[in-house]
Design a protein around this ligand. Structure first.
Ligand code: NAD
Length: 249
């Protein structure tokens, strides 16, 4: 029987590329996003590759909406085999003492609480069904310290913590949970920022040993590997995919 994956933030960037990469393996996809336009676009593209797909609109910072996307997925596909817990936002790029509380609450709400709520409801289904595999999206900012991203970095270090600790509790029940930690990757989020600040792009590339940004397809390839049966004994790990960026820090 075909497997099913939930991909949050599936309407753009890393989420969309991963949804399409998984669809190439014949996996059905529940695309979760706050954006209807992006979400529906991904559904269309998945279906063109063959597998079934549904779009479920949700703001992942709202626990009730997270429960709803989990329930709807089970209702439609019968199970959840894979979960790419990926939806997230970056901050304004201001120094911490210039950041207002609203921004802190928003980033924590989406990146940290949203990821925790997802794990809470998805892992419950997986453990009940004998197991499953999860990849959470951390970041370089989840493994090293950097300026202008204090709140973002706090949420991404949190992603690393929840990844490791969930394994301590539920690996025995068949759950595998890993995280990816991408460096700057050319998704719509980052592209818009760098198009407006070309100097920043040059600086970012200069700071990466491989002298280029990553691509969403490169991250999707890693996520697909970690999620599927090829990575049965990798658990609780955080895999950096950053052209050597954090290895030099
Ligand atoms: P993106 O903006 O291209 O895609 C993010 C998607 O998440 C969008 O479709 C957006 O609508 C959705 N989203 C935003 N808020 C949401 C919410 N509250 N509820 C549901 N969906 C919501 O960005 P991306 O670069 O693909 O980022 C995906 C993940 O990767 C994020 O967690 C980000 O922090 C992380 N990341 C990105 C990079 C990078 O350089 N692009 C590097 C490291 C980590």
């Amino acid at each position: 029987m075909a497997k099913t994956a939930i991909v949050t933030g599936g309407g753009s960037g890393l989420g969309q590329s991963t949804a399409l990469r998984l669809a190439q393996e014949g996996i059905n996809i529940a695309v979760v996003d706050i954006s209807e336009k992006g979400g529906n676009e991904t559904v269309q593209k998945v279906k063109e590759l063959g597998p079934d797909a549904i779009f479920i609109k949700a703001d992942v910072s709202q626990a009730q909406e997270v429960k709803n996307y989990v329930d709807k997925t089970v209702e439609h596909f019968g199970s959840i085999d894979y979960f790419f817990n990926n939806a997230g936002i970056s901050g304004s790029g201001k120094y911490f003492l210039e950041t207002d509380i609203k921004e802190i609450e928003q980033i924590v709400g989406i990146n940290l609480l949203g990821a925790l709520y997802g794990l809470r409801y998805v892992a419950e289904v997986m453990v009940k069904n004998g197991g499953g595999s999860i990849v959470n999206t951390a970041s370089s900012a989840g493994v090293i310290g950097q300026d202008t991203v204090v709140t973002y970095s706090a949420t991404k270090h949190g992603i690393v913590g929840m990844t490791k600790s969930l394994v301590a509790e539920y690996a025995k029940d068949g759950l595998r949970v890993n995280a990816v930690a991408p460096g700057p990757t050319e998704t719509p989020m980052v592209k818009a920022y760098f198009d407006a600040n070309p100097e920043m792009k040059k600086n970012a590339e200069a700071g990466i040993p491989q002298k280029r940004l990553g691509t969403a397809d490169e991250v999707a390839e890693l996520v697909a590997f970690l999620l599927t049966s090829k990575a049965q004994y990798i658990n609780g790990d955080v895999i950096r995919i950053d052209g050597g960026f954090t290895s030099t820090k």
